[in-house]
Design a protein around this ligand. Structure first.
Ligand SMILES: C[S@@+](CC[C@H](N)C(=O)[O-])C[C@H]1O[C@@H](n2cnc3c(N)ncnc32)[C@H](O)[C@@H]1O
Length: 446
């Protein structure tokens, strides 16, 4: 086991960022978290799970991919790797399971031939209409979460604007208007709706008082970003996002074998973070879902299992069987699941981490298999992922992913600690004492 600079033991094989020849930290970038509030396109909506935009750019720079090479991301999220790839002159192909977030990523990467001035004019017209109609708006039928998140006057404005935009489905700026409004919600909420989870029981002062001004400001950013893009990057190669499950080979079928030049991605961590729940406010407000069960069925359906809310006995048992095909790493994952099952048994209402872990790693193995098909020989794949320790059982997620990738034709080149997080973890069973960390794993297609 390596020791870090301040004498914290580190997971086997991992090195500190300072020691990495490829991902040197001298720029100071890469340590900020979450989607940028200021970067063009990424500022359109702050997805809680997002990469730091400048870090995605830094990674791409250091990978030294060929000019106009194709970058892929099997966990596209809001498309931050995509916007960085496009800025660097690369083509991009991403797959994202969350339908609403896939729509956002596709919108950011879409190239419209329309003049963005038309967007500004349409948005202004809409706000004028809202000023005259908001008094007649009935908000009583809104979802409970929506009703609790805004003061009634603000909500009447938001609902009035939403209803107008919803009627414009065929309009060329429909999705831009929709996303400027969705991104305004958390800005003007009067309860704690900071990421990741909404807490409608906890009041706060809205960050912005006037929803229409903020909506227009967001529209202004979109116009600015699209204009700047057209002026400087108009000849950049095609970028595309597909909504779906990265495990499914058909979601990669439009790329030829060995046609991608690199992958930059961040898979879900095994930390029980629920991507569907994190966007509940937007989903309920827009009317995409009206109940928790609908959200689970429709929003989570393509996602891999990374939370105990998603786990099931059947899937876990199938995954246990499949793990046997992955040799020693399969056994390692099964042993972790056994330990987690024992820990659950020691608790009166323990969480089913033991069912999440096998399913999660089998899903990752399938995705690595798809990546190995589309990536060219020698292409790099960079994964940003954290480890975890549910019930004190250490799960070296980045290390296990690297071992599974080896079964799919990848070689591990680097395993770098980007930042330490959370509690130091200690287990009596192994007497290891490891600080949880976010790590960057660099794999290379054989
Ligand atoms: C850590 S986030 C990635 C965020 C992204 N890097 C960004 O900048 O926005 C992981 C993403 O993987 C998505 N996801 C989970 N399971 C998936 C699957 N089977 N196929 C495709 N995407 C999936 C989640 O919905 C989530 O948006």
């Amino acid at each position: 086991m390596l020791m870090s600079d301040n004498h914290r033991p580190m997971p086997e094989g991992a090195v500190l960022q300072e020691e990495s020849p490829v991902f040197e930290p001298s720029s100071g970038r890469g340590r900020r978290h979450g989607t940028s509030r200021s970067e063009p396109f990424d500022r359109w909506f702050r997805y809680p799970a997002g990469f730091a935009s400048d870090y995605a750019s830094l990674l791409l720079q250091q990978l030294q991919l060929p000019t106009a090479g194709l970058v892929v991301d099997p966990f596209t999220g809001s498309g931050v790797a995509g916007t960085a790839a496009r800025r660097a002159g690369h083509a991009f192909y991403g797959v994202e399971a969350h339908p609403l977030i896939a729509e956002l990523a596709a919108l950011k990467l879409d190239r419209t031939s329309e003049d963005p001035n038309g967007l500004l004019a349409t948005a202004r017209e809409l706000t004028l209409q809202v000023i005259t109609t908001r008094a007649d708006i009935d908000i009583s039928g809104e979802a409970d979460l929506t009703l609790r998140s805004f003061d009634p006057e603000t909500l009447a404005i938001l609902v009035s604007l939403r209803d107008l935009i919803r009627e414009m489905q065929a309009h060329e700026w429909h999705l831009h208007l929709k996303w400027a409004l969705l991104a305004t919600l958390r800005d003007v909420a009067s309860v704690r709706v900071g990421w990741p989870y909404q807490r409608p029981g906890s009041q706060r002062q809205p960050t912005f008082a006037d929803p229409l001004t903020r909506f227009l400001q967001r529209i202004g950013w979109m116009v600015e970003d699209m204009r700047e893009f057209e002026a400087n990057y108009s000849s950049s190669p095609a970028c595309r996002v597909r909504q779906g499950d990265s495990r499914e080979a058909m979601n990669w079928s439009e790329l030829g074998h060995g046609t991608a030049h690199g992958c930059v991605t961040s898979p879900p961590y095994l930390n029980n973070f629920d991507y569907a729940d994190a966007t509940r406010l937007e989903l309920y407000f827009w009317g995409d879902v009206t109940s928790w069960s609908q959200m689970c069925a429709e929003v989570r359906s393509d996602m891999l299992t990374a939370t105990t809310q998603q786990s099931s006995v059947g899937a876990a048992s199938d995954a246990r069987t499949l793990l046997q095909t992955y040799g020693t790493v399969g056994t390692e994952v099964s042993e972790i699941a056994d330990r987690l099952q024992k820990e659950r048994g020691n608790r009166s209402r323990g969480k089913e981490y033991d069912r999440v872990v096998p399913d999660y790693f089998v899903a990752i193995a399938r995705i690595m298999e798809n990546l190995s098909t589309v990536l060219a020989s020698g292409a790099p794949a960079v994964l940003l992922v954290g480890d975890s320790a549910p019930y004190g059982v250490y799960v070296d997620t980045p290390g296990l992913i690297a071992k599974l990738a080896k079964c799919q034709g990848f070689t591990l080149e680097e395993d770098v600690i980007l930042r330490h997080r959370g509690q130091r973890w200690a287990s009596n069973a192994t007497r290891h004492n490891v600080q949880l960390a976010e790590r960057l794993v660099l794999l290379r297609r054989d």
